[in-house]
Design a protein around this ligand. Structure first.
Ligand SMILES: Cc1ncc(C[n+]2csc(CCOP(=O)(O)OP(=O)(O)O)c2C)c(N)n1
Ligand code: SF4
Length: 277
């Protein structure tokens, strides 16, 4: 049975803005169970977001929270982590927020390997602004800005972030909520930059337009198209076509950025003290 996590909620901020059937609440529940399983002190957690339906999440959470400008969550989170490296800094972001307007911040945070955990709520669409396509919208899908079908190829965000240098990269779904929670817990326990893509459903602006008529159909779609990393390793490229892998996709050990920066400060201060002596 899932652990109750309601004590992390700011109930005074309810009701929330999410539509019935939206997967963002499931992903948020997974984040809270992950924080809980890591036994983190509420005051030592800082949750940061940009703008979007997903980015509303920190408003409902009883941690240190910051709701910033569209696409800039990781930039603000970087400042927070540099000023207070002892905090667990967690970014909750949408696919538009993280991969479009905030895409550069994402890859540079991964390159630096700064100790921030980012959870990208990937609903394949811009939900808050009513269904424009994002860099994660599948080719051929319909969107308000792609009435004849999206002609672009989406990113594999996990591959992108791992190639850029992150220490930990994983993918889960709202359907596989308990697995998702475990992956986020491991991401939070990672010292360097960690990233979890959470595939989730927007029945309102993606599902309706793309013949996934209900949230249940969308959850079934996630179940039927997800393949575990272990199963995928035994499948051919043809068998994997149209599917996506879930689980841990990349884990490596690299020195975390704030530690490297602290080392640099120490060297500089020592040199200055020697000069002044
Ligand atoms: C600089 C700027 N550009 C555009 C917007 C409009 N805007 C607000 S939310 C959003 C997209 C959010 O999509 P996503 O990050 O995928 O989150 P979702 O709403 O789907 O959860 C956009 C384009 C804005 N607020 N600021
Ligand atoms: S518009 Fe989509 S993403 Fe936004 S709350 Fe509604 S279902 Fe969720």
């Amino acid at each position: 049975m899932a652990t109750p996590v309601t004590h992390y909620l700011r109930t005074s901020k309810m009701p929330h803005i999410w539509c019935p059937g939206c997967g963002h609440g499931i992903v948020l529940g997974a984040v809270l169970r992950a924080i809980d399983s890591n036994g983190l002190d509420k005051d030592k957690v800082c949750v940061v977001s940009g703008i979007g339906c997903a980015s509303r999440a920190p408003g409902y959470l009883d941690f240190n929270t910051l709701h910033t400008t569209h696409g800039r969550a990781i930039a603000f989170a970087t400042g927070i982590k540099m000023a207070k490296p002892e905090l667990k800094v967690i970014v909750l972001t949408g696919d538009g927020d993280a991969a479009a307007i905030g895409g550069n911040h994402l890859i540079h945070a991964a390159r630096r390997n700064i100790g921030i955990t980012t959870v990208c709520f990937n609903n394949s669409i811009y939900g808050m602004t009513s269904g424009q396509y994002s860099p994660m919208t599948p080719t051929g899908s319909l969107a308000s800005t792609a009435p004849y079908g999206n002609i672009e190829e989406p990113f594999d965000l996990c591959d992108l972030v791992y190639a850029a240098g992150a220490s930990y990269v994983a993918r889960g779904t709202a359907y596989h909520a308990l697995l998702l929670s475990k992956l986020i817990a491991r991401a939070i326990a990672t010292e360097g930059f960690s990233f979890v893509e959470a595939i989730t459903q927007c029945p309102t602006y993606y599902g309706r337009r793309n013949k996934l008529r209900s949230a249940v159909d969308m959850l079934k779609w996630q179940k039927e198209h997800a393949v575990s990393v272990a199963a995928a390793s035994k499948m051919s490229a043809e068998e994997l076509a149209g599917k996506f892998r879930i689980g841990e996709l990349g884990v490596r050990t690299r020195q975390e950025y704030c530690r490297r920066y602290a080392g640099l400060m120490e060297t500089a201060q020592k040199e200055e003290a020697e000069r002044d002596a």
